[in-house]
Design a protein around this ligand. Structure first.
Ligand code: HEC
Length: 228
């Protein structure tokens, strides 16, 4: 039995690993280690996203004021730090890049990133943003290890140059964390509620167990049956 369990577990582990590798086109993914409850990380991720990504990518399922509300940023700070054009705070986050211009510059339109954390997973995004390498044959002089011939330039190159490897990884982790939140804003509530429900069930379990013991004491030795 133990052996069977062991074999099943190792087969499952192997399968997950190879599926991961498959998703990345043959390159193993680094673990993003994001924490959706880390508000500071989400706030930094939002700021970095607006500065480095929103010029090309929309996240059209998200509105500016929702970010403010969920991440505890005041409306004034959202307007000052996260909005750069003439949008209004209740509007969706749509990049100002024109579609025809994008095709002309990149050969494709930068995809909307609202759900990218759901479709590709945080590990993929985290690895992708850290996997650009020099390749003069490409239009922007860079290529990517997991999205081969990506038509996206290495937009974080300056950040990478000016930071320690550790700080840069943390910034990328924050952007990934932010995109994970954008993919499912309810996760903030859901995960929190999950812990509360489980703690409640745990307490209920102890009380029910004590109550059961109390009842059975009577059934075993009580009025209905003499103590043997
Ligand atoms: C200069 C424009 C531009 C900027 C700025 C930019 N991207 Fe991109 N991005 C693109 C283009 C174009 C693609 C499509 C690449 C392809 O399919 O070859 C892309 C693709 C992606 C993808 C893959 C999506 C998918 O489903 O395949 C992700 C993830 C992504 N970008 C994240 C980001 C993040 C995060 C930032 C900010 C740090 C960013 N991008 C900044 C142009 C940009």
């Amino acid at each position: 039995m133990k052996k069977l369990l062991k074999t099943t577990l190792s087969v499952l582990a192997g399968l997950t690993l190879s599926l991961n590798t498959l998703a990345a086109g043959g390159v193993a993914l680094d673990s993003a280690n994001t924490d959706i409850n880390d508000q500071k990380s989400l706030q930094n991720g939002a700021k970095l996203f607006m500065n480095y990504c929103s010029g090309c990518h929309s996240i059209e399922f998200m509105r500016y004021n929702r970010i403010g509300k969920d991440l505890n940023i005041s409306d004034a700070d959202v307007e000052k730090n996260l909005m750069f054009n003439s949008e209004k705070i209740g509007e969706k986050i749509i990049s100002s890049m024109s579609k025809t211009g994008a095709v002309q510059w990149f050969g494709t339109t930068p995809p909307d990133l609202s759900l990218v954390a759901r479709s590709k997973g945080p590990d993929w995004i985290y690895t992708y943003l850290r996997s650009f390498y020099k390749d003069e044959a490409r239009p922007f002089g860079v290529n990517n290890k997991i999205l081969v011939n990506a038509s996206m330039p290495d937009v974080l190159w300056e950040l990478k140059k000016n930071k320690s490897a550790q700080d840069f990884d943390q910034d990328v982790r924050d952007i990934t964390n932010f995109l994970d939140y954008v993919g499912e804003p309810a996760k903030l509530v859901r995960v929190d509620l999950g812990y509360k429900v489980l703690s409640f069930l745990f307490v209920l379990f102890i009380l029910s167990y004590l109550l059961k013991k109390e009842y059975w004491k009577d059934v075993k030795y009580g009025k209905w049956r003499a103590k043997d």
